[in-house]
Design a protein around this ligand. Structure first.
Ligand code: UDX
Length: 440
């Protein structure tokens, strides 16, 4: 199958390489020259485990190319829309400017029978609008949301938990175009489907909602446990033991119940906000009123960590040296979009602390965003003479830190465990003041 992938960011670059590895002939299109140049030489333009290997093997087949020219999408049968939908400046709504630009640029290159497959996370109703604009081209639209997690993007793309197709439908049944689009996607995903991966075939509205509903559920789960952490703080209980205990109930489950600094990244925060905005436009804002609380609980955790730093520093962080371990919004990523780690680091710096940040992969992105912070290449370098150390992103190498080695470089042995991943007994035994979120 000849495929074009429009937008080569965290989603599209992985999707393009993965589709080529499945045997398709793929062209990835992006407006960013530098990104396209890197991808052409099989270099990943961002840190994603497994992507460099996938790019090299896919490029070696000769089936994967990249271009900045939308005309190169012509000739492909399925065109995947993978551009970003960030939060609009000063609003909760999603900014659809990239979707609009990509779609408009693609239109003149479509042939009758082509299928545009939307993967970007969009407000429900967008697919219907785009489908209408395809009328007269002979091309049709399918909505095929993507659920990949950064850090596991390759695995999630090649072996997803499920596939969802939103087809053009009438009276609850796919139209002729809808059925044809389905057949083409079945061919694209023949290999994952043959593994028995569940497929949900539905209409446009449901397919678009599935994505934001899934992300809202995940965000709610995290904020639920973080709200419990607030209760634990008020009562001396331990949120990690609480999560273990409730997580044994299969209906609840232990995954995504890690209390700490909360969620960030390019998806969950902006997706729940865009969902609330869309619900308002649809006249059902009450249905998502709880997401406002989910957002507030999440943001309060960042404030709480700054307060904890103040507490352990005898009431003030002004002029204190703070080492922040982690800048990425989660481990195994170099993505700092709405990163809780970086947000807390910047907040402490703005409140008068001298903050040094380290991260195995995200220092360059973090420095571009917050040039006033200091950056270090390793935890030991960041923690030199520190008055307090904050573990903000749970990279394996920070989980495995030796309290005695770190004690050798700091000014004061005070550690804040922003992700509840260190052993308090071990750190206290090594003479550290250990504080965490929701743990005594
Ligand atoms: C998310 C969804 O998981 C994915 O399905 C969707 O396609 C895109 O959005 P991602 O943004 O890559 O993926 O990150 P995810 O692994 O979901 O983590 C989001 C945030 O939640 C991170 O900041 C992480 O640190 C935090 N988190 C996660 C917690 O605070 N506690 C948890 O228990 C789990």
């Amino acid at each position: 199958m000849r495929i074009s992938v429009i937008g080569c960011g965290y989603l599209g670059a992985v999707h393009a390489a993965a589709m080529a590895s499945l045997g398709h002939e793929v062209v990835g299109i992006d407006v960013d020259e530098a990104k396209v140049e890197a991808l052409r030489s099989a270099k990943a333009p961002f840190f994603e485990p497994g992507l460099p290997e996938l790019l090299s093997s896919a490029s070696a087949t000769g089936r994967l190319s990249f271009s900045t020219d939308m005309a190169d999408a012509a000739g492909a049968t399925v065109h995947f829309l993978c551009v970003g939908t960030p939060q609009k400046r000063g609003e909760f709504r999603a900014d659809l400017a990239y979707v609009e630009a990509a779609f408009t640029a693609l239109l003149p290159h479509l042939r009758p029978g082509d299928v545009v497959a939307g993967k970007s996370t969009v407000p429900v109703g967008t697919a219907e609008d785009l489908a209408e604009r395809l009328a007269g081209t002979g091309a049709s639209l399918v909505w095929n949301p993507e659920f990949l997690r950064e850090g596991f993007a390759v695995q999630d793309t090649l072996h997803p938990d499920r596939l969802v197709y939103g087809l053009e439908s009438a009276d609850g049944e796919p139209t002729v175009d809808g059925a044809r689009a389905r057949a083409l996607l079945d061919e694209v995903y023949a290999e994952p489907l043959s593994e028995g991966i569940p497929l949900v075939v539905t209409d446009y509205a449901t397919a678009q909602l599935v994505k934001v509903a899934a992300n809202s559920f995940l965000a709610t789960k995290i904020s639920f446990i973080n709200a419990m952490a607030e209760l634990c703080e008020a009562t001396g209980a331990d949120v990690t033991r609480l999560a273990d205990a409730i997580g044994y109930d299969a209906r609840i489950g232990r995954r995504f119940l890690n209390a700490g600094l909360g969620f960030g990244g390019g998806c969950l925060p902006k997706d729940i906000r865009a969902f609330m905005a869309r619900a308002g436009e649809l006249g059902v804002s009450d249905a998502l009123g709880f997401l406002k609380e989910v957002d507030s609980v999440n943001m309060r955790r960042r404030v709480r960590v700054v307060d904890l730093a103040r507490e352990v520093c005898d009431g003030s962080i002004v002029g204190r040296r703070v080492a922040v371990l982690g800048a990425a919004f989660k481990p195994n990523s170099d993505d700092v979009r709405d990163s809780p780690a970086l947000s807390v680091a910047a907040q402490m710096q703005l409140q008068g602390a001298h903050v040094t940040v380290t991260d195995p992969e995200a220092v360059a992105n973090a420095a571009a965003k917050w040039p006033d912070l200091r950056f270090a290449a390793s935890p030991l370098e960041a923690a030199r003479d520190a008055d307090v150390v904050l573990l903000a992103t749970e990279w394996d190498e920070y989980r495995a830190l030796d309290p005695d080695a770190l004690a050798g470089v700091v000014a004061h042995k005070r550690i804040l465990d922003g992700r509840n991943v260190l052993d308090p007994v071990r750190w206290r035994a090594a003479g550290w003041t250990y504080r965490a979120l929701g743990r005594p």
